[in-house]
Design a protein around this ligand. Structure first.
Ligand code: IVH
Length: 667
């Protein structure tokens, strides 16, 4: 066969395979027997081997998986991949509806979609060809997983129109495939995946696309990024357009005229969520009109025109075996419940944080109790309550120790905190936790340096502080368990790469009290260089929008310490970038409603601990106090809020629920 003839046949085979694949994967409705597909695919493979010039990046043969990569390359999302605000109750949906109608100024209609429990990805097409696929990452920067995504049969490699378009969707593993994969893993004596979501994530994280190709992954696309200049005026039409282009979209969506119809749809799926061949964790409600979406806009983290209703958390009963203590990065000593393993919402739960002694008293938790557990926001295990009727008298009272379980120094209560703290700066547990924080994703983001490796480095005395991470040597690393040539090289490369990080990552990584990732970014944007930041004073800090008293004071106090300055000098000397290299500061519109307000927190929140809530309020310029009085502006009432809420009602103080609070701190 000559080249021209081969080209002709190759084109024909590709067209056919694409059509077969489309019917099989996208429409779930095959038009030829599997053997026919396989036969054509082998013929195409052979021709491409014989005439390598004819190979293309979008040939169906790429679906079997190309060469393994050494590492994933980071990609910047041209349009950020946001997440959604959550709704847990009918009331949250009504609140969302009210705000949306107020914001848009007229009546709205909605589209309800299933919230697929998988991994968000972004797919870029140029001229109708699939050129790049990326994970969500932190929303701004993800990883290029194009080769793995090409193995997902329902992701089209060529579209029906030669358009430039970027779409977003959720990659997931159908339950059947998940079960089969785990069966195979069990037979091979390998560790199984906890749930389909983890299995999908694990598969996409493989450097070898042949592995992903064997994992039967699937996708539903649910949005076009940007408006794409496509003259589409509603979300519903955008989804139909994606479908027309050849994307797989979920058939169970519905247009709803008002919030009552939305609630009806949601309740229907609360009943039927388990009847699908894949997992969903809620319903996404979106304002249909794209113009109204534009008008409503975004908060810092999520669109105001959409909300994710999360299905109620599953609750299970298990026994609390023991309460153990851990020392955090800031010295807080936290009690953790050790539970008899129990399956809750798809994963095995064996531990649950008890936060502090007050909470243990409040919930009257004793060692040996039968307890009800759930996962807050379906992620973090939590003890809901004790079944005290089931006590037999053998249960034991727990009390916090007076000394640090890691270093033995006296524990103290700082200010009005409920937490007990170890204030020894040399405490090994704190240093180790500090290192884990330093390398974490929102901080220096050093791949390959997870908790386990840090523990290993620490216990071998290879690292005793942050600076040591930048002095690691090959030979020493090679001596560690489970560290081969390749992982050592990857680790050293990642450490090296982290030196170039923009200033905010370092500022956050240092772990200054009250300075979260967002505040670190604000500080870096404002002060531009580490020297400016460490040379500044309280007044200058307070002049920055979003920086409150507590944080300003913490920053000044931090950089007053000689050992901190030595560390910063040393890091600079080791070649770490000390400047802000990110985009120029965005103007934040308007001030937070919390700024200058006196706020009382009561009850338990699903999404935040008391302290996290407090930090957020302070970062926004508000003040948190312990008791409700006439000078209180707002009471944020979580679940089971008691007397403080009644007091607030009595005094006519504004009461916010968790959802309202989250919206404000996100905006
Ligand atoms: S729309 C601006 N629609 O849920 C955000 N998301 O927190 C647009 N998800 O990261 C997201 N099914 O991974 C949307 N039908 C759906 C979805 C969906 C699942 C995921 C997605 C996103 C997260 C929202």
């Amino acid at each position: 066969m000559d080249q021209a003839k081969a080209q002709e046949r190759v084109n024909e085979l590709r067209d056919r395979l694409e059509t077969y694949g489309y019917h099989y994967y996208v429409l779930d409705d095959p038009i030829v027997p599997d053997a026919e597909y396989d036969e054509k695919l082998s013929e195409l493979l052979e021709l491409e081997q014989q005439f390598p010039d004819l190979q293309t990046a979008d040939s169906p043969t790429v679906r079997i998986g190309g060469e393994p990569l050494d590492a994933f390359v980071k990609v910047q999302h041209s349009i950020p991949m946001m997440s959604l605000g959550n709704a847990f109750h009918e009331q949250d949906l009504r609140d969302f509806d009210r705000r949306a109608r107020q914001g848009a100024g007229k009546e709205l209609d909605y589209v309800c979609e299933l919230k697929i429990d998988g991994l968000a990805v972004s797919l870029t097409y140029e001229n109708g060809r699939f050129v790049r696929g990326a994970t969500r990452g932190d929303g701004t920067t993800g990883e290029d997983i194009t080769n793995n995504l090409k193995t997902v049969g329902s992701i089209p490699l060529r579209l029906q129109e030669a358009v430039d378009i970027e779409v977003r969707g959720e990659v997931f593993m159908p339950e059947r495939s998940f079960e089969r994969l785990n069966e195979a893993k069990e037979q091979n004596g390998e560790a199984v995946f906890a749930n389909p979501r983890n299995a999908a994530a694990g598969s996409l994280r493989q450097l070898d696309p042949k592995i992903a190709a064997n994992r039967n992954l699937d996708i539903f696309t649910y949005a076009i990024a940007g408006d794409g200049g496509m003259n589409i005026d509603t979300h519903y039409k955008a989804v139909q357009y994606m479908k027309k282009l050849g994307f797989k979209t979920n058939p169970n969506s519905r247009r709803c005229r008002d919030i009552e119809e939305v609630i009806e749809f949601v309740n229907g799926w609360v009943e039927h969520r388990n009847s699908l061949p894949y997992e969903i964790d809620g319903i996404v409600v979106k304002v249909n009109s794209l113009e109204q979406q534009d008008e409503l806009g975004f908060t810092a983290k999520s669109p105001r025109w959409a909300v994710a209703y999360k299905f109620p958390a599953e609750e299970k009963v298990t026994r609390l075996r023991d309460i153990i203590l851990s020392v955090g990065r800031t010295g807080a000593v936290t009690p953790t419940a050790v539970l008899d393993a129990v399956q809750v919402a798809g994963t095995t739960v064996q531990r649950a944080s008890l936060h502090n002694e007050d909470l243990i008293r409040e919930k009257d938790i004793k060692i040996g109790d039968q307890v009800v557990v759930k996962k807050a926001g379906d992620i973090i295990p939590e003890i809901v309550r004790v079944l005290d009727d089931l006590r037999d008298g053998t249960e034991e009272e727990f009390s916090m120790p007076s000394t640090c379980p890691a270093c033995g120094s006296e524990l103290v209560h700082l200010e009005e905190e409920v937490a007990l703290r170890c204030i020894n700066p040399q405490c090994p547990a704190q240093i180790q936790e500090g290192l884990i924080h330093f390398v974490s994703r929102d901080a220096m983001d050093i791949d390959g340096l997870g908790e386990k490796v840090i523990q290993q480095l620490f216990s071998h005395n290879l690292v005793t502080g942050i600076a040591d991470l930048y002095k690691l040597e090959r030979e020493e690393l090679l001596k560690l368990e489970r560290m081969g040539e390749k992982s050592v090289q990857n680790l050293l490369d990642a450490v090296e790469a982290s030196k170039a990080n923009s200033l905010e990552k370092l500022v956050f990584g240092l772990g200054i009290r009250f300075v979260g990732a967002k505040a670190a970014r604000t500080l870096a944007e404002e002060f531009r260089t580490m020297d400016n930041l460490r040379g500044t004073d309280t007044e200058n800090l307070l002049a920055v929008n979003e920086i409150g008293d507590k944080m300003a004071e913490a920053v000044v106090r931090y950089f007053d310490m000689p050992e901190v300055n030595e560390l910063v000098d040393e890091l600079q000397h080791l070649g770490l970038n000390m400047e802000y290299t990110g985009p120029a500061k965005e103007e934040v519109s308007g001030n937070s409603q919390l700024s200058g307000k006196t706020i009382v927190l009561t009850g338990t929140m699903e999404q935040l601990t008391r302290n996290e809530a407090k930090e957020k309020i302070e970062a926004l310029g508000g003040k948190v106090t312990g008791s409700v009085s006439r000078s209180t502006d707002i009471v944020v009432a979580g679940e089971d809020a008691g007397s403080k809420q009644s007091k607030a009602e009595e005094l006519g103080v504004d009461i916010w629920d968790e959802a309202a609070f989250l919206r404000e701190i996100d905006s």
